[in-house]
Ligand binder design. Structure first.
Ligand code: F6R
Length: 243
């Protein structure tokens, strides 16, 4: 694992987009693992800019998103599906049939099968070439919340109080934040050939300190990235301030 510290959010976003572009130039049919949230918004903006300047082509790219709330329709403005369409999918030439978003309805009869099918699709696509990650204030990656043990594959998860609180900024009140989500497991993430974790701002500094202090624990899920042979932690000075 390599930690790269940059000045600010803008530089983090530009460098992240440059790494994605490098990946696509090396392999134009790459499989990208994608994250939502405020952190990668700048990276998506940069990628869209590059696409508009004809510097990037997404027509042969396949994507798998990390996670999605359970109980929000795809059209709900806070669903990760809506986020991805607004910030990325609808702005570039990615083929709709190559977009994969996990999705679980509240009354799904067999959630375990939906999760298994998602993992199988990732496998059939040849695995993820580059996985983009943000990090929660509690060290979560995807919606893998701090826990004694963590599932390897995709699963249905209850969100922690900290995550509900942190994500309530996108909703009118904490009560509106869904309590459950579907998320790729830590195995699905760690099997990616390359991982790029992004973090910006002082609020992420404790999670960054606890994740990359030389110890590994599922109580700080991002700490597992220290075991990945090809992971880059690209963070700004504020996020790195407690390292
Ligand atoms: C989103 C995701 C989450 C976020 C994390 C940070 O797809 O997987 O792990 O990356 O909650 O969110 P922001 O970037 O909004 O601080």
């Amino acid at each position: 694992m390599e930690i790269r510290i940059v000045d600010d959010y803008r530089e983090m976003s530009e460098k992240a987009a440059a790494l994605v572009a490098e990946q696509l130039r090396d392999k134009n049919n790459s499989v990208l693992g994608l994250a939502t949230g405020s952190t990668p918004e700048g990276m998506y903006k940069e990628l869209v800019k590059m696409y508009r300047k004809s510097c990037l082509d997404f027509s042969t790219v396949t994507t798998f998103n990390l996670d999605e709330y359970v109980g929000l329709s795809n059209q709900h403005p806070q669903s990760y599906c809506a986020y991805m369409h607004k910030h990325f999918f609808d702005c570039v030439n990615i083929k709709p049939e190559k977009i994969n978003l996990p999705s679980l309805s509240k009354n799904e009869a067999d959630p375990a099968k939906v999760c298994r099918d998602y993992d199988r699709k990732i496998e059939q696509a040849g695995g993820i070439d580059l996985q983009i990650l943000g990090i929660g204030v509690n060290g979560h990656i995807g919606f893998n919340e701090p826990a004694k043990n963590l599932p390897v594959g995709t699963y249905l998860v209850g969100l922690s109080a900290e995550t509900i609180e942190a994500n309530s900024r996108f909703f009118s009140s904490p009560e509106e934040v869904p309590r459950k989500a579907i998320t790729m497991g830590v195995g699905s993430i760690m099997f990616a050939k390359r991982i790029l974790l992004l973090a910006s701002g002082k609020s992420k500094a404790p999670a960054i300190r606890d994740s990359f202090n030389g110890y590994v624990t599922t109580e700080v899920p991002a700490s597992l990235l220290q075991l990945h042979h090809n992971s880059i932690v690209l963070i700004d000075k504020d996020a790195a301030s407690l390292l």
